[in-house]
Design a protein around this ligand. Structure first.
Ligand SMILES: [Zn+2]
Length: 246
């Protein structure tokens, strides 16, 4: 392949710009914020589940408490009714009186037991409510931390995109100076080896850093200026410059 030495030198500008493009793409993929956001999202999802679970538990206990309080109330009103009957003097037979008194005593005992149950549920409910508040606070804190990380990520991506846009504009200008067949070869080699063209500097290929043999250097010296050369070692396009050591 033949190409004007100036066009060949433009390949080096292109390779420099492409390395910037690659670096920016790599930076875009490996922002620490991405890992951070991912971890925070997992913690957030776990806390959302934990909050729902704790709220369900607190709700169940609230229902249990209401039910236990109703039970207390039912027993209390029955004892009150019995007490009123007793006080009214309507019951006169000693056997009925004894039975009524015994029922009142057993209802009072039952009321005491049920009040114990209410207290025990209230304590558990208080703990459950505290847990809900605590988990909601943790969940909201993670949400805020994640939102801040997302803002940082977006700012960094905007910065990277701006730089990438500038590089692409420069790249388009360089590409305009390179003949189509040379550009096709460069692109193919870049796809294959990640870098498509390298400078020959001081007798060394800057692509693979291998020093060329004397025979190879002689072959290059004898080659026409517009000949497109390839590194024997890494197969990249080898571009001659005044620094090549020829
Ligand atoms: Zn090489």
């Amino acid at each position: 392949m033949k190409a004007a030495p100036e066009a060949q030198k433009r390949l080096l500008d292109l390779a420099d710009l492409d390395s910037v493009v690659d670096r920016l793409a790599h930076r875009r993929r490996t922002l620490p914020e991405l890992v951070e956001i991912d971890e925070q999202s997992k913690r957030y999802a776990k806390l959302v589940t934990d909050v729902i679970e704790a709220e369900t538990q607190a709700g169940d206990l609230a229902r249990d408490q209401a039910k236990a309080e109703n039970d207390v109330e039912a027993v209390r009103s029955r004892a009150d009714r019995d007490q009123k009957r007793l006080d009214s003097g309507a019951v006169s037979s000693p056997r009925d009186l004894a039975s009524l008194q015994s029922e009142i005593a057993s209802l009072q005992k039952r009321q005491g037991d049920l009040e114990e149950v209410v207290l025990e549920i209230m304590e558990r409910r208080e703990a459950a409510d505290t847990k809900v508040v605590d988990l909601v606070a943790q969940r909201d804190e993670i949400a805020a931390t994640r939102a801040a990380a997302e803002d940082r990520r977006d700012a960094l991506l905007a910065e990277i995109d701006k730089e990438a846009g500038e590089v692409q504009a420069q790249r388009a200008a360089v590409v305009g100076d390179i003949p189509a067949d040379l550009l096709t070869l460069y692109t193919k080699l870049k796809d294959q080896y990640s870098v498509g063209a390298a400078m020959l500097r001081g007798g060394r290929c800057q692509g693979c850093k291998v020093a060329l043999s004397i025979a190879e250097m002689n072959r290059i010296k004898a080659a026409p200026h517009d000949e497109v050369l390839r590194c024997e070692e890494c197969r990249r396009i080898l571009v001659r410059t005044p620094e090549s050591g020829l």
